[in-house]
Design a protein around this ligand. Sequence first.
Ligand code: T46
Length: 136
Amino acid sequence: MQGSKVDENIIIDIPKIIDPRGNLSVIENDTIPFSIKRIYYLYDVPSDSFRGGHAHKKLYQFLIAISGSFEVHLNDGANKKVITLNKPNKGLLLVPGTWREINNFSSGAVCLVVASETYNETDYIRDFNDFLVYKN
Ligand code: T46
């Protein structure tokens, strides 16, 4: 989505079943606005690590801080936004056409990512100048 705006990247509540034995959250296809084709996760991330640094042309993703916290820096080519994820029952919908950088991982942070497509390197824009050309 070349014309997507940074504010289309929104926080979505994940249903939470509260239980004295421990809470349970569940993501089903109606929790997020895409069908799930892939799940991956980032873990054992050093606190000074920097992930992302790219945009996607078609891929939708949903990021959850299953444990700990981290920051997601978003840029649509014109506007920026920083979102801190630190709750396992709140996720960030990432729409195509958004440059993302992820940093400030806390100790033990785990970033679970639910994706709309299987892995495809041709969907990535990994150079920021190419991203600006793509958006303008
Ligand atoms: C994103 C952020 C949040 C695979 O082989 N399959 C996969 O499904 C993925 C996601 C990656 N890879 C390979 C490609 C690279 O050789 O794993 C290596 C590391 O990938 P990358 O440098 O893209 O990792 P991140 O953490 O910078 O970015 C990833 C996702 O690629 C990206 O879509 O939005 O997490």
